[in-house]
Design a protein around this ligand. Structure first.
Ligand SMILES: Cc1ncc(COP(=O)(O)O)c(C=O)c1O
Length: 365
């Protein structure tokens, strides 16, 4: 029996452990800006919905309750600017990471098929390709890809790790190219609500997709938008033929979002106020850290959206990680997101105000 794990890269975060130990030894404690996990409270309106649905003895369905599907289609039309979304256009996910990792296999891809993703990217796109035995392909420009054997094309805007936002022309070009070559385009839009100096647009917006879901999926997550990383709440929206096939596969696999989390998702998508409040918290932390990093000698690239500052001192990323660890600040080496990140670090501004202020003080020396 061949170990599936042998197809996968070394789990990168293990390599950060020694730096974490160094940072944790700082007398005022570690400021962990590495992982990008939400730290602020789950909004009350969501917790109440979860609690009210806690008496859920029966199995939930993979497709979700009618109320959940209504909430998803409503949000897709309202927030994303899509038109004509019905229940066949949505599919609940147990957090989006499981979907990213499992999608190539659930689509039946394997040896001989190719899966493309941005050169600097969330590592799970490559992991998904490798788990399926498909060939991972990193691209700089979608339209320069060789379409031979290409079955799945990932976009990620706003991007993790760079915070880059694809503009409407770039999105339209990618959609046009994918449709021309019959390649399924899946757009990971989990940071869509977190634009700072650019307004992220969905591939499902009527002006991008031309009012048709053909050949397109968008992936959305409530982890960042609503501080729900611990709930595992996400969904895909788009092409009904692709989602119908995935629904069948996922029913057989028992990939059900727990019933209380489905209820919590309905409440979360109905409320925009908490999103605005959370955005304000992040905006403050982002500005403070950005100014401190720049004053310290960093150059910040892209970062117009998402929860990260893509930063460089024009030196190997592990040197930067080491220098910041000495200040008790832990960041992610850009190399985790591909060799092209070898001279950058990703600084998440998901720490509390108190920890962000501590980092700012330390950077100011
Ligand atoms: C680009 C991207 N996609 C997907 C995810 C997964 O999010 P979740 O599984 O919490 O929905 C993350 C998490 O950081 C991410 O950065």
């Amino acid at each position: 029996m061949s170990a599936v794990s042998s197809r996968l890269p070394v789990f990168p975060w293990d390599r950060l452990e020694p730096y974490k130990a160094t940072a944790a030894a700082h007398p005022d404690g570690i400021v962990d800006l590495s992982v990008g996990t939400p730290v602020d409270p789950v909004p009350g309106v969501i917790r109440n919905a979860l609690a009210a649905a806690s008496d859920s003895p029966g199995y939930p369905t993979v497709w979700g309750t009618t109320a959940l599907r209504d909430a998803l289609t409503g949000w897709v039309e309202r927030r994303l600017g899509a038109t004509g979304a019905d229940h066949r256009n949505v599919l609940p996910l147990v957090g989006s990471k499981e979907f990213v990792a499992a999608l190539p296999a659930q689509l039946g891809l394997g040896p001989g098929d190719r899966v493309a993703f941005p050169r600097l990217a969330y590592p799970t796109y490559e992991v998904g390709a490798r788990l399926a035995g498909a060939e991972p392909v990193a691209y700089d420009e979608v339209t320069e890809l060789d379409p031979a054997g290409l079955k799945l094309l990932w976009l990620n805007s706003p991007s993790n790790p760079t915070g880059r936002v694809l503009d409407e022309d770039e999105l339209r070009a990618a959609v046009g190219w994918a449709r021309e070559h019959g390649v399924l385009l899946v757009s990971d839009e989990c940071y869509l609500e977190l634009g700072w100096t650019a307004e992220p647009v969905s591939v499902l917006h009527r002006d991008i997709c031309g009012g048709s879901f053909d050949g397109l999926l968008a992936v959305h997550s409530l982890s960042k938008r609503s501080n729900l990383a611990g709930y595992r709440a996400a969904f895909a929206a788009g092409d009904p033929a692709v989602l119908g096939e995935l629904l069948t596969v996922r029913k057989h696999s028992g990939l059900m979002v727990p019933a209380p989390v489905q209820a919590a998702t309905v409440a979360a998508l109905a409320d925009h106020e908490h999103v605005g409040e959370q955005r304000e918290r992040y905006a403050r932390r982002r500005t403070a850290l950005r100014e401190a990093l720049e004053a310290y000698g960093f150059r910040i690239e892209h970062s117009e959206a998402s929860l990260y500052l893509w930063s460089t001192r024009d030196e190997p990323c592990w040197e930067t990680v080491g220098a910041l660890a000495e200040l008790g600040i832990l960041v992610a080496p850009g190399e985790f997101y591909g060799p092209a990140g070898a001279r950058h670090v990703r600084v998440a501004f998901t720490a509390t105000d108190e920890r962000v202020d501590a980092a700012v003080r330390r950077l100011a020396g």
